[in-house]
Design a protein around this ligand. Structure first.
Ligand SMILES: Cc1ncc(COP(=O)(O)O)c(C=O)c1O
Length: 404
């Protein structure tokens, strides 16, 4: 008789986005024609850049002739893309990453979820609270998180690192020693970042404790301040303790096109076993490559025109972020994020819970955001707005909030 992976049955239901859509549906049924503005989504809205579209078209044509047709991609991804990544994302920042340390994938969600495959079930993980839920849920599936307490909304075998107003939304080194530390900067959902010196402290800590850092840099392209590191490998010793995960979703609008990559330096070892070779084995066995067409589109992002066009999109979103941030501050809200990230994290007023504020905003301003409590217990009392809407809607939403 077959048996299922029981760990899946331990996962509490993810009610966040379904509850949001139920509440919005109820509201629109009661208020037909209501002009609702959605600033809750973490998905981009601008179309792919012209240079990317051009590359897609030409790669499609290549697939249609015998001479240029491509079948399975190389295990690690095409060299033209890995070279562009090594040069533009790393060498340009003074970091040498070899081509066989870069693994092309279909995105950061898969990589951050799958990376646990190469670690023993005995490892103890540490996560920020609030957090991008994939890190915790995939560890639950692997059986690494212990028992769930629905009262505290915490797992017994997970170290939670609260990120609140009190610590400027930057996690502190945990009292209990973890084996695997998930860090994400710029952060979803709080929009916070840490400085290079602060990240260096994490690297030093990981080296001292023989822990590994899984560094999710999906929002790297949104960094605007000089002292914020673009890659963890800017920190000394990081190649011996850190895996970095990147995405083309938010820098180039590939959320529906799917492309990302993971960097595992060869120096990163557990005793004498290189994590790079374990991931190469895992990648080669369980993944058959991102499509050639998409990898070509990804390479176009690094061309001069591609960089210019995608930067314009980021500037557009970050202008929205500025409108939200400054508008909320003018309206008396306590706000963070929105400077190096497309997320604005606000403290709910008058001690409202995250869901009370959600209802208030929906009913009074017809604006939809995301309750902070949906990202973890320390998100209670906070609320996330995103900069991925149109400029006009963003402006209108903030005017409505200001006039409440
Ligand atoms: C922190 C973080 N990592 C990863 C992802 C997913 O990226 P991708 O689209 O490359 O799977 C997201 C998407 O919202 C995210 O917020």
């Amino acid at each position: 008789m077959f048996k299922i992976n029981d760990n899946y049955t331990k996962l509490p239901g993810s009610y966040l986005f379904s509850t949001i859509s139920k509440k919005v549906n109820t509201f629109t049924t009661a208020n037909p024609g209501a002009d609702i503005i959605r600033l809750g989504i973490g998905d981009v809205t601008l179309p792919l850049a012209p240079k990317v579209i051009e590359a897609l078209h030409s790669a499609v044509d290549e697939m249609g002739t015998k001479e240029t047709f491509k079948g399975y991609a190389p295990d690690l991804g095409y060299e033209f893309l890995r070279q562009a990544i090594a040069d533009n994302d790393y060498k340009s920042r003074g970091v040498d990453i070899a081509l066989d340390e870069i693994f092309i994938s279909d995105g950061a969600k898969s990589d951050s979820g799958n990376i646990g495959d190469i670690f023993s079930v005995d490892n103890k993980i540490a996560v920020c609270d609030p957090v991008y839920p994939v890190y915790v849920d995939t560890n639950v599936m692997a059986g690494r998180t212990g028992v769930y307490d629905s009262a505290t909304e915490k797992w017994s075998n997970v170290i939670y690192m609260p990120c609140t107003n009190d610590n400027n939304f930057a996690p502190e080194l945990p009292g209990e020693t973890p084996d695997i530390i998930y860090l994400c900067f710029p952060n979803n959902p709080t929009g916070s970042t840490i400085t290079k010196d602060e990240l260096q402290a994490w690297v030093d800590y990981a080296l001292k404790e023989r822990a590994v850092i899984i560094y999710d840099a999906a929002y790297e392209a949104y960094i605007s301040e000089d002292n914020v590191p673009h890659t963890i490998y800017e920190c000394m010793g990081a190649k011996e303790c850190a895996i970095e995960i990147r995405s083309f979703s938010k820098n180039a609008g590939f959320t529906g096109t799917r492309l990302g990559f993971t960097v595992i330096p060869k120096e990163l070892k557990s005793n004498d076993v290189s994590l790079n070779s374990l991931w190469a084995r895992r990648h080669g066995t369980k993944f058959n490559g991102a499509p050639y067409i998409i990898q070509k589109a990804g390479a176009a992002v690094y061309t001069e025109e591609g960089r210019k066009q995608t930067q314009e999109q980021i500037d557009y979103y970050m202008n929205n972020a500025k409108v939200i941030r400054e508008g909320l501050i003018a309206a008396g809200y306590s706000v963070s994020g929105g400077v190096n990230a497309p997320y604005i994290w606000l403290k709910t007023p008058d001690r409202m819970t995250s869901w009370e504020f959600f209802d208030y905003l929906l009913n009074e301003a017809k604006v939809v955001g995301t309750p902070g409590s949906g990202f973890g217990p320390s998100g209670e009392g906070y609320f996330r707005l995103t900069a991925f809407g149109t400029y006009e809607n963003t402006l209108e939403a903030i005017e409505r909030i200001k006039s409440l």
